[in-house]
Write a new protein. Structure first.
Length: 140
């Protein structure tokens, strides 16, 4: 999985830097169990689709869902390896692989395997790039 990320469509240097920074902030938020910071990376109408859960719609429900998850599960590390990022107007669709290390816990859900795949849709807003749709599930 050492393939280089393919950027498809019109991305300025600033767009690429902002999208890479958004991903880094997401990883930091997950590793630190910080639902508040994580929700601030999202649009107000965020859609969250995680394996083993119903679709979560909207920033306040996203925050609640992530807060509950972070109370049950501690993510020691997460690596996201984007395969392809394609721009369509004010949207960018990123697909890739995730590698997770989860701290051992009796409450840790069995839904999270160490190798996963993801699809994230980002929307360019007046504040910059934000997550609009987050979806991931197991690859194994």
């Amino acid at each position: 999985m050492n393939e280089e990320t393919k950027w498809i469509g019109e991305f300025s240097v600033e767009d690429r830097e902002e999208i890479n920074s958004l991903r880094a902030k997401q990883i930091y938020s997950i590793e630190h169990g910080d639902a508040h910071t994580y929700s601030n990376l999202c649009t107000d109408d965020i859609l969250l689709m995680l394996q083993g859960n119903d679709v979560v719609i909207g920033k306040s429900d996203f925050y609640e869902c992530e807060s509950k998850l972070f109370h049950k599960v501690q993510f020691e590390s997460i690596e996201q390896i984007p395969i392809r990022i394609e721009r369509q107007g004010n949207l960018a669709i990123e697909v890739g692989h995730q590698k997770l290390v989860i701290a051992a816990s009796l409450e840790s859900p069995k839904d999270y395997k160490s190798h996963r795949k993801y699809c994230h849709v980002m929307r360019k807003t007046s504040e910059g790039w934000c997550f609009a749709i987050l979806m991931s599930n197991n690859s194994e």
